[in-house]
Design a protein around this ligand. Structure first.
Ligand code: ATP
Ligand code: MG
Length: 377
């Protein structure tokens, strides 16, 4: 058993997120966990990691199973430590061992105690088994794979943009190499080249991967199973996202037909009861039909429950054709240039995709347009 839920119910106060859910995650699974906004996907991952305890049922986890959990809340983490140090946080045990070895080494010099010497040798051995001698090298390699240059490795984590921070955390998790990777919207902050890198990496990952994502194309390429959280239940599909879509339409049709058939049947039976319940000769038959209807397991109607969302940006008065003009704009942070002597025009009705690699300054540019970021011209 790697990781799973056994008849788990989880509630936030009166609100049931999931009821009586059973789910077994197998080694090397590639699972997409999907569902509308607010159905409880992130919550479910927290139940799996043990961060939240279920109200009923159990979370089952193998004694040796290690879990890695990548999520957006991690981005609020902030530190002056260099990105190399942050990523090397993956090797907690190794670092602890190094400290212990140093301590014991000092004592050993003073006392020459034999049991200490044994302890020392044991710890050195463990360090070697854990590959403790090349953690530096391994960390650098992964960070470089994710696009960090050699001289950026010593820079404080704090100084990086959201997308680059996400990459550092990704590197840390990859170095920990957990048996199960839980990823809550991993592509949110990543630019296209790093998403491609992640896809390639995950395809060969030796372990199970559960991905929460609203990106159907990413899911289509990444997963071979889909678990949908819908109406407080988990629904399982053996295929990628496209498979899920066609299969779900069929399931909904089947359920709808079954529901309608049952409703017809119920109506007929009720009519019979109405007609004959007062007739002595048929009263017994009517009575038994009533009993049968009571016992009947009712099929639920399909509710295509979609978030009822209407977004309306209303404007007081129609603006002119040109909404915003940038002329000869320059902006830099220290020696990092964001834009230099550049211009642009935004017209009414434009639909513009602002693209660019992580950390190039998309957010800064939006802030300049909004008027809250200083610049020179
Ligand atoms: N700590 C909490 N206490 C109470 N309610 C919460 C808490 N965290 C989340 N919720 C509620 O639980 C529900 C599920 O939230 P969750 O964040 O798990 O949804 P989600 O499926 O991940 O949504 P999204 O797709 O928007 O990320 C929401 O209604 C949310 O408001
Ligand atoms: Mg979420």
């Amino acid at each position: 058993m790697l990781l799973g839920l056994q008849n788990v119910t989880f509630e936030f106060g009166a609100r049931t997120i999931v009821a009586d859910a059973t789910w077994h995650i197998q080694p090397n699974d590639r699972i997409g966990l999907i569902g509308y906004n607010g159905t409880g996907k992130s919550t479910l991952l927290k139940v799996l990691t043990g961060q939240y305890l279920p109200n009923k049922g159990t979370v089952e986890k193998g004694r040796e199973t290690t879990i890695g959990f990548l999520h957006q809340d991690l981005l609020s983490f902030d530190t002056e430590d260099s990105i190399l140090e942050v990523a090397m946080g993956a090797f907690e045990r190794v670092k602890q061992l190094e400290k212990e070895i140093e301590e014991i080494g000092k004592q050993l010099e003073l006392t020459g105690d034999e049991s200490l010497a044994h302890d020392y040798a044991d710890k050195l051995h463990e360090l070697e088994v854990l590959g403790g001698y090349d953690i530096h090298h391994k960390t650098e390699e992964i960070l470089q794979g994710l696009g960090f240059t050699n001289d950026s490795l010593q820079k404080p984590y704090k100084q990086f943009s959201g997308g680059w921070r996400m990459r550092v955390l990704l590197a840390k998790m990859i170095l920990m190499h957990p048996d199960v990777l839980l990823m809550d919207e991993p592509t949110n902050h990543l630019d296209l080249p790093s998403i491609e890198w992640l896809e390639k990496y995950l395809q060969h990952y030796q372990g199970a991967v559960v991905i929460v994502s609203h990106d159907r194309y990413f899911l289509d390429r990444m997963v071979t199973k889909v678990v949908e959280l819908y109406q407080q239940e988990l629904h399982f599909y053996t295929g990628n996202y496209s498979f899920y879509e066609t299969e779900k339409t069929q399931r909904v049709d089947i359920q709808k037909k079954a529901y309608e058939n049952q409703q017809d049947y119920i109506r007929q039976q009720e009519k019979f009861v109405e007609r004959f319940k007062a007739k002595a000769s048929k009263a017994a038959a009517a009575q038994s039909i009533v009993k049968r209807l009571d016992r009947l397991e009712r099929i639920e109607d399909v509710e295509i429950e979609r978030p009822n969302m209407r977004i309306n940006f209303s404007v007081d008065k129609q603006p002119g054709r040109i909404l915003c003009t940038l002329k000869h704009i320059s902006k830099s942070f220290g020696d990092v240039k964001i834009v230099e002597d550049t211009g642009a025009e935004i017209d009414r009705g434009d639909k513009i995709a602002l693209i660019g690699a992580n950390g190039k300054g998309k957010y800064t540019l939006l802030r300049i347009i909004e008027g809250v970021e200083k610049f020179t011209c």
